[in-house]
Design a protein around this ligand. Structure first.
Ligand SMILES: [Cu+2]
Length: 382
């Protein structure tokens, strides 16, 4: 009997151990999968546009409107370009053929014949003036049409409806771009490391840009969108396009604006409407994560105290403890660290970030879990 009881206890203990091990394993995977999800969104909304693959090639290449159009306007620009090429190609090829014919047909055959010496042929001159003129007129028709189209978005797009149109105020400054989304109330510019943030747009949703400058003249140019527009101080220029391809698109300032002009990059990310909803939620909580971020990423070598951090995290969730807010905090910490790792502005800080990123992140993840699992404090009467 005793033996049997002992065996049973052993069995129960073993089962319990297995169960605990299973629980731990599942918990481990879920945390890992969770951070992977955060990292996936960081890569989606703020990709490293200078990232190189294992062969040293850029992961995100600069695409152009002709070979890889990524908007309706770019598609029109590409079509226009092929049409122009088709119309003008005979003017390139025909003279070369005629030149070969003349060289062959009127060559010196050694029979004493004298070459012709006439200078003019009015009919011929009229023809080779009129035909190119006609070609220019033919080509100008679709070009004017496209230039006109570029001015204003299609009338069927309701620009007051955020599901139909994204309106962004674009402000150039030496040497970065600031973006303000009108409907969404989002303001972005440079990230935690002072690097340019991408303009995030929605696939198939018409985008209107109102472009201006804070200082000197700039130009907002993303070749794959087929858009290049000047930015002047005290004035607005307008353009629009509808992204037709999801992905990362690079551009640059296209108006010489000072010593940093060459590195006044533009990047833009086209996402689905669902992803954009996540993006909006992240932006809504962003400002509230600053204090926690500052505490977490103190000077090189310094470590944030658990107590200070916990107080800030608790305060952060006092406003609302939703999943979206939780995800936003984890996202911004990961995104900020990702930016700092990309650009070593301060060498010591950069090395510190590389070395301590994982432990700091774990510290925060732990704190978030603790704060959210602890019972809500009773609101004080004050
Ligand atoms: Cu510039």
């Amino acid at each position: 009997m005793m033996l049997r009881a002992g065996f049973l206890t052993k069995l129960t203990m073993r089962t319990m151990l297995v169960a605990i091990a299973l629980c731990l394993a599942t918990a481990g995977t879920s945390v890992a999968a969770d951070t992977a999800e955060v990292d996936r969104y960081v890569e989606r909304f703020n990709p490293d546009i200078f990232q190189l693959d294992e062969n040293g090639k850029p992961v995100h290449e600069m695409k152009n409107a002709f070979s890889s159009p990524a908007s309706d306007i770019a598609q029109d620009v590409a079509t226009n370009n092929w049409f122009n090429l088709f119309v003008f190609m005979p003017f390139l090829i025909l003279p070369q053929i005629l030149l070969l014919v003349v060289i062959f047909k009127f060559r010196d055959r050694g029979d004493g014949r004298k070459p012709a010496t006439f200078m003019t042929n009015h009919k011929l001159e009229l023809a080779w003036t009129a035909i190119p003129c006609l070609a220019l007129v033919i080509v100008s028709v679709p070009v004017w049409e496209l230039l006109y189209k570029m001015e204003l978005p299609p009338t069927q797009v309701d620009t007051n409806n955020p599901d139909q149109a994204t309106i962004v105020k674009v402000t150039g400054r030496q040497f970065a771009w600031d973006y303000e989304y009108k409907h969404e109330n989002i303001s972005i510019g440079t990230d935690a490391a002072g690097l340019q943030e991408p303009l995030v747009l929605v696939l198939g949703r018409t985008t209107l840009l109102n472009i201006t400058s804070n200082d000197v003249n700039h130009a907002w140019w993303v070749p794959a969108y087929g858009v290049k527009k000047d930015a002047f101080k005290g004035r607005y220029t307008n353009t629009w396009f509808t992204p037709t391809v999801a992905g990362v698109f690079k551009g640059n300032c296209a108006e010489l604006c000072g010593p940093g002009h060459g590195i006044m990059f533009i990047s833009s990310v086209v996402v689905t409407a669902d992803e954009f909803d996540v993006y909006k939620s992240l932006q809504r909580h962003r400002a509230d994560t600053f204090k926690i971020w500052n505490q977490l990423q103190r000077g090189a070598g310094e470590t944030a105290s658990d107590a200070d951090l916990k107080a800030l995290v608790t305060k952060y969730f006092e406003k609302d403890a939703s999943d979206g807010r939780r995800f936003a905090l984890r996202y911004w910490i990961a995104a900020n660290f990702a930016s700092l790792r990309r650009k070593p502005q301060d060498r010591a800080l950069h090395d510190d970030v590389i070395r301590t990123f994982q432990s700091k992140r774990d510290q925060l993840e732990q704190l978030i879990a603790t704060v959210l699992s602890s019972p809500k404090p009773v609101a004080s009467a004050e």
